[in-house]
Design a protein around this ligand. Structure first.
Ligand SMILES: [Mg+2]
Length: 287
């Protein structure tokens, strides 16, 4: 599509690779991508439609944006909803003889859903090329692990019980994330079927939004500060500094690039056309 879309596609992939940086970076990248690719190119400033568009696809042009170009299926509102869809995509890849791997992201609560067990069972049975990536931030919105599953149960054990190879890693350590992800991808590419990885991390801000929510009492300050001291970006910077890198210059350059990219994305969307009235019902009924 456009240069800016290509930039955001790259940013999305970088963000996905740097899962340890936390869910916000991935969401940020996805927002940018949708804002310019879908909002700009297809529906102008129809921001309110984006979630729906991401899930359903409006037409062949939009589907091309989301699937062919970006290879992103978008987000789903139902916890556990993507598991069977990911297995289905992996089945399609297998039937077409492709070499792609479908990557399905989940939170620590989703592995308690029925769809998790059903989908991973079929993925293993059919030897599908799918990688499930669990971001374990200890909370399902405001509920800690202790009220959601028996004590000391290892999330990876759930996947292993269904026959998948599974690895756990430090989600706040970018290098560890890369190594664990590389091992899982190599396992799938060697024809061993689906794999599962779990990265431990923490959510600093509220479940949905940019604010801190420590005032509502579901977690304590000591826990919060303990995790904040393990900032994945801070850790990576410290490591680079030790290796002799000029971290301040590197950070300044990165921030300039990101600011320019965000400005370009907004500019692109603002210059794009508004929604087309006659097509308002297109995604509602089958054609
Ligand atoms: Mg969670």
């Amino acid at each position: 599509m456009t240069k800016t879309t290509e930039l955001s596609r790259r940013r999305l992939m970088q963000a996905s690779a740097a899962l340890g940086a936390g869910e916000f970076s991935v969401l940020h990248a996805a927002e940018l991508f949708l804002l310019e690719a879908v909002g700009g190119a297809v529906f102008g400033l129809a921001i309110g439609w984006l979630g729906f568009i991401a899930m359903r696809g409006i037409d062949e042009h939009n589907m091309e944006v989301l699937i062919t170009l970006a290879m992103v299926m978008g987000g789903y509102a139902l916890v556990g909803g993507p598991f069977p869809l990911a297995a289905g995509i992996a089945k399609a890849i297998q039937m077409k003889g492709g070499d792609e791997i479908c990557i399905c992201f989940l939170g620590d609560a989703a592995n308690n859903q029925g769809t998790f067990h059903e989908s991973l069972n079929m993925a293993k049975l059919w030897n599908l090329p799918v990688l499930y990536v669990c971001e374990n931030n200890l909370y399902s919105v405001y509920s800690p692990m202790a009220v959601r599953q028996p004590a000391n149960r290892d999330i990876c054990a759930n996947a292993r019980a269904l026959g998948l190879a599974a690895w756990a890693g430090d989600g706040n350590d970018a290098e560890d994330v890369c190594h664990v992800a590389a091992d899982a991808v190599a396992h799938i590419r060697a024809g061993n079927g689906p794999a599962f990885v779990e990265f431990s991390t923490y959510r600093w801000r509220e479940h949905c939004g940019p604010n801190y929510d420590n005032d509502i009492g579901y977690r304590n300050a000591a826990e919060f500060e303990g995790w904040r001291s393990r900032c994945p970006i801070g850790n990576a910077e410290a490591r680079l500094e030790q290796a002799g890198t000029d971290v301040a210059a590197l950070r300044a350059a990165a921030e300039r690039e990101i600011d320019a990219e965000i400005a370009a994305a907004f500019d692109f969307a603002r210059r794009s056309s508004f929604p087309i009235r006659d097509r308002a019902l297109d995604p509602v009924y089958a054609q």
